[in-house]
Write a protein that binds this ligand. Structure first.
Ligand SMILES: [Zn+2]
Ligand SMILES: [Zn+2]
Length: 154
C-alpha cells in the first residue's frame, strides 16, 4: 500500500532552502544550482517519506471533477461498470492484497481521475482488505464507503 503523495507545502519549501544552505555549508552543493536543487529535493522527499502520515483531515474529499451526487451516479453508470470490469480483467479476479477470490470490489486509489481512471488508479480488493484500506481515512466517510460498496463486483 503506497502512501498518497502530498503536495509540497510552504514549510517544505523552507525546509528545502535550509537543506540547500546545509549542502553549501558542508561543501556538498554542486556548482550547478539545478543539481543542488535536485539533490535538495531528493533529500526533502526522503525526509517527507519518513514523516508520520498526516492526521485525518476534516476537509471533504473531492471527487475530482465530480460533485458528490454525481459521484454516486457515476458508480451506477455503465461507464463505471465497464471500467470496473476492465480493472478486474487487468488485475485478475483476485484481491490485490490477500489474494481472496470472492467479494471483490474495485477501489479508487485516488478520486482525482474519476471518470477517466487509468488502471494504476484502481485496485481490486476483497471486502475485508477494502475496509482496512479505508479505515482511519477520514476522507472516506462511512456513507461514501457504502456508496462505493454498492459498486461491488463478483
Ligand atoms: Zn483481501
Ligand atoms: Zn475504496
Amino acid at each position: 500500500m503506497r502512501r498518497k503523495r502530498r503536495r509540497i507545502t510552504d514549510a517544505d519549501r523552507k525546509r528545502r532552502d535550509e537543506i540547500i544552505r546545509e549542502l553549501r555549508r558542508t561543501g556538498k552543493a554542486s556548482n550547478n544550482p539545478w543539481q543542488t536543487m535536485e539533490l535538495a529535493n531528493r533529500i526533502l522527499t526522503e525526509e517527507i517519506a519518513k514523516r508520520p502520515p498526516d492526521p485525518p483531515k476534516k476537509k471533504r474529499q473531492r471527487h475530482g471533477r465530480f460533485k458528490k451526487k454525481n459521484y454516486r451516479k457515476y458508480l451506477e453508470s455503465p461507464e463505471w461498470k465497464a471500467k470496473r470490469q476492465e480493472a478486474l480483467n487487468h488485475y485478475g479476479r483476485k484481491c490485490g492484497v490477500c489474494g481472496a477470490k470472492q467479494r471483490l470490489q474495485v477501489h479508487h486509489k485516488t478520486y482525482g481521475s474519476l471518470g477517466n481512471e487509468p488502471m494504476k488508479h484502481l485496485a481490486v480488493l476483497c471486502e475485508d482488505c477494502h475496509a482496512v484500506e479505508h479505515e482511519g481515512k477520514a476522507a472516506v466517510t462511512p456513507d461514501r464507503l457504502t456508496q462505493e460498496y454498492r459498486a461491488i463486483v463478483g
